[in-house]
Write a protein that binds this ligand. Sequence first.
Ligand SMILES: C[S@@+](CC[C@H](N)C(=O)[O-])C[C@H]1O[C@@H](n2cnc3c(N)ncnc32)[C@H](O)[C@@H]1O
Length: 207
Amino acid sequence: MIRSKYLDSFVSRETSRKLYQYHQCLMNNNQKMSLISKSTEREAYIRHYEDSAQIIEYISNQDENILDIGTGAGLPGIILDLIKVDKKLDFHVNLLEKSPKKCKFLKEAIRLLDLDIKIHNADVSMVRNKNYSVVTARAFKPLGTFLNILHKSNIKFKKLILLKGEKYKNEILDAKKYWEINCELHDSITNKASKVFVINSVKRISA
Ligand SMILES: C[S@@+](CC[C@H](N)C(=O)[O-])C[C@H]1O[C@@H](n2cnc3c(N)ncnc32)[C@H](O)[C@@H]1O
């Protein structure tokens, strides 16, 4: 197992112990269902936990709640909840996932770690009229598709934080055909070719 220098630089012993418990729970369940790609198991601390954790840098103590859409194994939602105490933050995490099997895993992990997280077992396109301080998503949908879903579902946010891979430029260009987007692009700490999008506002400019 390759550990994360970033996480080790600020998490307490207690958080580190909980991260390891989460890791073991994830590894056990990954044998039965595909929560993360098997080829990334050995590097899970960096590829998945550190990658998810870097979002915390863009969350402030004014952010009260987070909705993590298409959370899968709880990435980034569970990781953010685990580390928030080390950054003196106090937000409430909601996880949205359409797969009942993955929700069963989330329930097990949350109980094991004794976390106060709400799970919503639903398809995001069926959700209506919600309002969150922060909406997050990792490895979910292309930006334009995602903005359309949020718009149709009337899911409002103050900040939208997305982890994006190598195709991020095309995603922004495509989305900008239909949306005016106020977006900060930050370098990912786990992959030079990836970015963290911090979107502060969006406005639809064409149908
Ligand atoms: C590629 S996985 C990414 C999971 C996790 N965010 C990560 O970074 O590992 C996408 C997840 O989104 C979920 N998903 C796909 N479409 C969805 C929808 N319409 N509503 C809610 N969840 C959805 C899938 O079941 C899957 O767990």
